[in-house]
Design a protein around this ligand. Structure first.
Ligand code: GDP
Length: 439
């Protein structure tokens, strides 16, 4: 995401390269380039102008004798201004009340139902007892879609398939939450393909009566300037508390992130970067600005990993490695964990340097499939005791998994090499080992 913008900014800064200081003359061209890059990235023209004027003032005021190149200094200034433009500090959602009610609004197809599932997952991981309420009574598939997602993340869904009154369903869901010890109710509502009065009336009424702690407006970042206009229309009518930007994994030029905050003066609270339930991140303005400038987003990467990886499981596996007991069950469990981390490409794009280089490289997630098939074709005993997997067993496993003997042999070799390496590490770091003091 944001490739366009960061590449263009890159070029803009190049015009400053090799110059000794920032002056009125050499900054003018760069500022023009930066403004064009922002507008091309779908940033509202007025917003782009305000930012670049500020950048210019900042740049001109800076002491040019410090030990950085004017280009580096400009990157820093642009980073600061973009951060500021996107709200400065991150803003989490408010969970208050018993139950706390979170109302989800937005156009049809913006990603409301998907986000409802993701938010439920996110809050459940904070040990909150969550109920999702299906109040999209117009799109028949929406109720089932929410039910499936709820089941997938392990929360309960409240539905009334025959009731056509969203307000009533929401109120019944809240009553149900009260008697069933649910602490958060997320209300998924109906959207339309475009803004229309009936939808606005409905969402406004839901907000008036339910008095949610948070009303979140969900918007598809791929829709560019329309996203900003829709945000403005919704905000004028329902005065929402925060924005969720979806589909930032796609081709989105990202201008929406930059403009929405400036135009509606409401914080972006979450970004959604894929269809998997884990592909949700809090919105950090400074990190997003870094990402726009191609500096990567390592902190988000690490946080996502921490959230997704099961620490208990990690400890258990660590113990097994230490005792030289790592087996195929553990290997499979590790593969599952990696897969849960969401789109691999999406994660790779967060690594500074690598992200840009990898942007056109296709990563084949299917590469895991034969490995999984092979391990799953082993018997329980074989997985627990890999040493017993002889030649004839390998033949059987290859047949059972729909792979061939070579693939099975390869996996066995890799697995044994890995175990050897683990053993050697244990020797080095174990009692009396050369690295034992470093533990
Ligand atoms: P709703 O009509 O607002 O409830 O929208 P949905 O949740 O049904 O989403 C519409 C489509 O967008 C579905 O196909 C989702 O799988 C997809 N979608 C939602 N969020 C994301 C996202 O962050 N990235 C991508 N790539 N697709 C998404």
């Amino acid at each position: 995401m944001f490739d366009n913008l960061s590449t263009k900014l890159d070029r803009a800064f190049k015009t400053l390269k090799g110059q000794g200081s920032i002056t009125e003359i050499n900054v003018a061209q760069t500022i023009k380039e930066v403004r064009r890059a922002l507008v091309d990235a779908d940033v509202n023209y007025k917003v782009a102008k305000t930012v670049t004027d500020k950048i210019k003032d900042e740049a001109m005021g800076r002491d040019v004798l410090i030990a950085v190149s004017p280009g580096q200094l400009m990157v820093k200034i642009v980073h600061e201004e973009l951060t500021e433009l996107m709200g400065g500090e991150k803003q989490d959602i408010q969970i208050k009340g018993d139950p706390a009610v979170i109302l989800i609004a937005g156009l049809q197809g913006s990603g409301k139902t998907t986000f409802t599932g993701k938010l439920a997952n996110y809050l459940k991981k904070q040990n909150r007892n969550v109920l999702v309420a299906a109040c999209d009574v117009y799109r028949p598939a929406a109720i089932d879609q929410l039910k499936v997602l709820a089941e997938q993340v392990g929360v309960e869904a409240y539905t009334e398939p025959d009731n056509k009154n969203p307000l009533q369903i929401a109120q019944n869901a809240i009553a149900y939450a009260k008697t069933n010890n649910k602490k958060v109710v997320i209300v998924d509502t109906a959207g339309r393909l475009a803004v229309d009065e009936a939808m606005m009336r409905e969402i406004a009424q839901l907000k008036d009566v339910l008095k949610p702690t948070e009303t979140l407006f969900v918007v598809d970042s791929m829709t560019g300037q329309d996203a900003v206009n829709t945000a403005k229309t919704f905000n004028d009518r329902i005065n929402f508390d925060g924005v969720v930007l979806t589909k930032l994994d796609g081709d989105s030029r990202g201008g929406a992130a930059l403009s929405i905050r400036a135009v509606v003066e409401k914080p972006i609270k979450f970004i959604s970067t894929g269809e998997k339930m884990e592909a949700l991140d809090l919105f950090y303005p400074d990190r997003m600005a870094q990402r726009i400038l191609g500096m990567g987003d390592v902190i988000s990467l690490v946080e996502r990993a921490q959230q997704t990886f099961d620490e208990e499981e990690a400890r258990r596996i660590n113990q097994k490695i230490r005792k030289n007991q790592f087996n195929f069950d553990d290997f499979l469990s590790q593969l599952e964990q990696i897969k849960k981390m969401g789109d691999i490409k999406d994660l790779v794009s967060m690594i500074p340097g690598v992200g840009k280089a990898m942007k056109d490289v296709e990563i084949d997630e299917n590469a895991f499939k034969p490995i999984e098939a092979i391990i799953k074709s082993m018997t329980k005993d074989e997985r627990a005791n890999p040493d017993m997997i002889s030649g004839s067993r390998r033949n059987r496993i290859a047949k059972g998994s729909g792979t061939n003997i070579q693939q099975v042999n390869n996996l066995m070799k890799q697995f044994n090499d890995m175990r050897k390496m683990m053993k050697n590490m244990n020797k080095l770091t174990g009692k009396g080992g050369a690295l034992s003091k470093m533990k």
